[in-house]
Design a protein around this ligand. Structure first.
Ligand SMILES: Cc1cc2nc3c(=O)[nH]c(=O)nc-3n(C[C@H](O)[C@H](O)[C@H](O)COP(=O)(O)O)c2cc1C
Length: 146
């Protein structure tokens, strides 16, 4: 399976997480590359069966959280028929960032299989957990389809 990780990042944390997610997926046999929402790797996206979309958390720290610069994400290329997973990075509280991001991805045609919030100071553990969940969801999909 091939995958692409598309991230929206203001100060680099979500980009770093995206690169780590792509590496971890590749380590487990899902050939993945990461790219910014401002420079989507279109050949990789067209070849991908799985699209991972990430954003940073924007809010008033304790309230009103949403995906950062969500207008960029709303304009991402259509991904009809592809599986999708979402993640956000955050500092204190992610609130409804993940369901909001999932909604955007579904509106672009993605078939969402889950999401995970990664604390910016616990990136390695967060990436390991998220990729583990993605791989389990993919296994379940394959088992259900058999
Ligand atoms: C304007 C602004 C608002 C933020 N609001 C929140 C928030 O409400 N809750 C939170 O946990 N983190 C918040 N953060 C922190 C970022 O979401 C967090 O540091 C993230 O990992 C940054 O990712 P990036 O480096 O990819 O931009 C905010 C950051 C900025 C710049």
């Amino acid at each position: 399976m091939k995958a692409v990780v598309i991230y929206e990042s203001l100060t680099g944390t979500t980009a770093k997480a995206g690169e780590m997610i792509a590496e971890e997926l590749t380590r487990y046999g899902v050939e993945a590359v990461a790219c910014s929402i401002t420079e989507v790797n279109l050949p990789a996206l067209s070849a991908a069966e799985l699209v991972v979309v990430g954003s940073w958390t924007d809010g008033l720290v304790f309230a009103g959280q949403k995906p950062g610069r969500d207008w960029r994400l709303r304009k991402m290329p259509v991904i009809d028929g592809k599986l999708a997973a979402v993640y956000c990075t955050y500092a204190v509280k992610h609130g409804k960032t993940l369901p909001k991001l999932e909604r955007i991805v579904r509106m672009r045609g993605g078939d969402t299989i889950g999401g995970y919030a990664i604390h910016r100071k616990k990136m390695e553990a967060g990436v390991t957990e998220f990729v583990g969940r993605i791989l389990s969801a993919l296994d379940k999909q394959t088992a259900d389809a058999a």
